[in-house]
Write a protein that binds this ligand. Structure first.
Ligand SMILES: [Zn+2]
Length: 346
């Protein structure tokens, strides 16, 4: 019988590549701002290709691209009628990607996220959130997902609603918070308390995703790991956020003066980008801390994922094309290379 997520995590670390929204925006298939994954219906082949690139790079999980494909997001672009087809197609594309790698032991996960309508002072919003989560979880369950991730949620009370929707359907739940500046959830809980609350309510894996780069994520993961008994997840964004600017939502690029509006988020973060080795270091630190659900969020590309997978001892398909600088015309050591190209410094 196929091993479930928790059995897999008990055996060792897994990699989960995310970041589909940013990747699709960069490629020109959806618009920054609204960030609605219309590409799922308009160009499914592109989503399918990115799933495959992440799988080849070592992702053990195919996350159905339903992030921000929820009712509120479709409302804001006037396309609420596309909700169900979009959700179902995203799940179908993920399942098909899995089927095209029959030799690998891949898992497909559903995804629910920040609804952007949750408001602690508006009790109606609790019911609206519940409805949004329930419909998404139901479609994911129908598609046979292995588990569901609730992510990028900054309110404990919103996370509780998401968790209940997942658990009411009897599915494995991964609950990942996105923590803003100030190191607390929006409703004022410490990161550790927020994770403990949600673990006590039945979350199978708790942790952090998005907003923060590897260092600003890791500093909290260590505390979470010490204070919960379940598995812990860490999926930072591959950007160099700092103590001064712990998240990428309000960060500037001091070396560039031509960014409209000056905020580097979300489409001018390039100069703050982590390279593959920085992400590999994050993955190694996770393993050392017994944080076994290791991933990467907005900004991810396949080269990051491959290096992270290699760093924790996996052998991804695309490592066939790992760098071999011995054959480089200038830096290489291969005896057949021309000396004339090696004797200068460019
Ligand atoms: Zn993200």
């Amino acid at each position: 019988m196929k091993k479930d997520l928790l059995t897999r995590l008990n055996e060792g670390p897994i990699i989960c590549a995310e970041g589909y929204l940013f990747a699709m925006e960069r490629r020109g298939y959806l618009s920054a701002g609204a960030f609605v994954p219309e590409v799922v219906l308009e160009h499914p082949e592109v989503v399918s290709q990115l799933h495959k690139e992440f799988i080849r790079a070592g992702s053990d999980v195919i996350q159905a691209f339903t992030y921000y494909g929820h009712r509120e997001k479709l409302r804001i672009i006037g396309k609420e009628d596309l909700l169900e087809p979009l959700q179902k197609n995203a799940l179908k594309i993920a399942n098909e990607a899995k089927d095209s790698f029959k030799d690998l032991d891949l898992m497909v996960c559903g995804d629910v996220a920040n609804t952007n309508i949750f408001d602690p002072n508006d009790k109606n919003s609790f019911a609206e959130c519940q409805k949004m989560y329930e419909e998404q979880v139901k479609w994911a369950k129908e598609a046979g997902v292995d588990f569901i991730v609730a992510e990028t949620i900054s309110w404990v009370d919103e996370m509780k609603i998401a968790l209940k929707a997942i658990k009411d359907e009897g599915l494995i739940a991964v609950a990942n918070y996105a923590i803003p500046r100030g190191e607390k959830t929006r409703d004022g809980y410490s990161v550790v308390d927020a994770c403990k609350i949600i673990e006590d309510l039945g979350a199978d894996v708790v942790g952090l995703n998005c907003y923060r780069g590897p260092d600003m994520t890791m500093k909290h993961l260590k505390d979470i790991r010490k204070n919960v008994t379940c598995h812990v997840a860490g999926l930072p964004v591959p950007y160099r956020t700092t103590e001064k600017d712990p998240t990428f939502l309000n960060i500037k690029d001091a070396e560039c003066d031509c960014i409209p509006g000056e905020n580097a988020f979300p489409i001018a973060l390039d100069n703050l980008y982590c390279n593959r080795f920085e992400m590999a270091e994050f993955a190694k630190k996770c393993v050392q801390q017994n944080i076994n659900f290791i991933g990467i969020c907005c900004g991810a590309e396949a080269h990051h994922v491959r290096e992270m997978a290699l760093a924790i001892g996996k052998n991804p398909i695309s490592s066939k094309y790992s760098p071999d600088m011995t054959k480089h015309f200038h830096h290489g050591t291969d005896k057949s290379l021309k000396k004339v190209n090696k004797e200068i410094k460019y």
